[in-house]
Design a protein around this ligand. Structure first.
Ligand code: SF4
Length: 383
């Protein structure tokens, strides 16, 4: 396949109808529910020479391949912040293929013990509160790293260096937990390449460690990966009304809940992220309803191994401004200066969280509701 130099991206009419391009009837060559219809792949030449890079290119044979010097330097992807039809189209039709340079594993201590060097970043979904770094413009389409063997080797070395976990912690009682999908969604990444399958297979043979990723997308192909208990999937759930408003392009919450038993039966450990918790009129009633639904739907095996993270909403002043341009209704619930406080992050961004007293009361209330409606659901941590 010939590589072509970066050219100008075709102009796209703004057309601000909220069509998020998800077709539940989609049965295309890659079953993506309409999330992906890749027509352009920005590729580092070195990535196209690796077997995984070739796999991605072969999966989308009609896509135009555009050579780029670095997977971070793609100016054509920037500048679409206020144009929803443009950036959703970029998410749907664009992939980046690169070679991961840094193999650093970072200490975490909340969702996982460590954050592994990711095999992808970016996301095809479009949650209104998403704060993953957007170094590829507001659209932030998925980048697949083709050097998966180096990534797996780096993770394996790190796991070996840790030895056995001797002190249980909230991440896990006996395994070192590695988050493999910090800045994206592995269930969607698995539609694009075998990187997730390779990581699941690698952790299968690491008895002192466990992979973990949070997801809002149901990819039933993952049921065939035989994780043998060494991969934890954390399905994020929130009341249906919140998800319909905020979780743009994701799988409906009812579908996420309905697949939990199947993932447990397939050998995954399945946890739940009660996240993000958005405090708005009626939140307690709707969360209680969701917890009752979980209690009704989940089978004994799922309940026996379940645990949850509770994460109250974090928002961001810049994202608020962007959202006002395309989805102001979301901001009615996300932007609540009456109960929120701002804090400048290390990167200079102004992050917004619920005031300490509001957050404390919210966590206490939700914890009490979990005890009442889903007492089998151990809360690993609340943040
Ligand atoms: S699924 Fe996660 S990474 Fe993707 S848009 Fe939503 S919050 Fe962001």
């Amino acid at each position: 396949m010939a590589l072509r130099r970066v050219g100008a991206v075709d102009a796209v009419e703004p057309g601000l109808e909220l069509d998020f391009g998800v077709d539940p009837e989609d049965t295309g060559p890659v079953r993506s529910g309409g999330l992906l219809d890749v027509r352009r792949i920005y590729a580092e030449p070195a990535a196209t020479l690796l077997p995984r890079g070739r796999q991605v290119l072969a999966r989308w044979p009609a896509a135009e391949v555009v050579e780029v010097p670095s997977h971070w330097q793609i100016p054509d992807l920037h500048g679409n912040a206020g144009n929803v039809s443009r950036w959703v189209r970029v998410k749907t039709e664009t992939l980046v293929l690169g070679v991961r340079k840094s193999m650093t594993t970072r200490v975490n201590g909340r969702s996982a013990d460590f954050i592994a060097p990711a095999a992808a970043n970016g996301c095809a979904m479009a949650c209104a509160y998403c704060y993953v770094p957007r170094r590829k413009g507001y659209a932030n389409p998925v980048t697949v790293f083709a050097n998966i063997e180096e990534i797996v080797t780096a993770v394996r070395r790190h796991v070996t260096r840790q030895g056995t976990k001797t002190e249980p912690n909230q991440c896990d009682s006996e395994a070192w937990v590695y988050d493999i999908g910090e800045n994206g969604d592995c269930s969607v990444d698995a539609l694009l390449s075998d990187n997730v399958a390779d990581l699941v297979a690698a952790f299968r043979s690491m008895p002192t460690a466990k992979a973990s990723f949070a997801t809002k997308y149901v990819n039933r192909d993952l049921l065939h990966l035989d994780p043998q208990g060494r991969t934890r999937v954390r399905f994020s759930v929130m009341p249906g009304d919140d998800a319909r408003l905020l979780d743009i392009r994701t799988s409906p919450v009812a579908e996420r809940v309905a697949c939990v038993d199947d993932f447990v039966a397939a050998g995954y450990e399945v946890h739940l992220n009660l996240s993000p918790v958005v405090l708005r009129d009626g939140w307690e009633r709707d969360w209680a309803e969701l917890l009752v639904h979980l209690d009704d739907v989940l089978g004994p095996a799922a309940k026996a191994q379940a645990a949850a993270e509770v994460i109250l909403l974090t928002h961001n002043a810049a994202l608020h401004e962007v959202n006002l341009g395309w989805h102001p209704k979301a901001e009615d619930v996300l932007w609540r200066p009456d109960v929120q406080q701002a804090k400048r992050s290390e990167s200079g961004a102004i992050n917004v969280r619920y005031r300490d007293d509001v957050k404390r009361a919210g966590v206490a209330r939700l914890t009490a509701m979990v005890e009442q409606h889903a007492p089998w659901l151990r809360i690993r941590y609340a943040f």
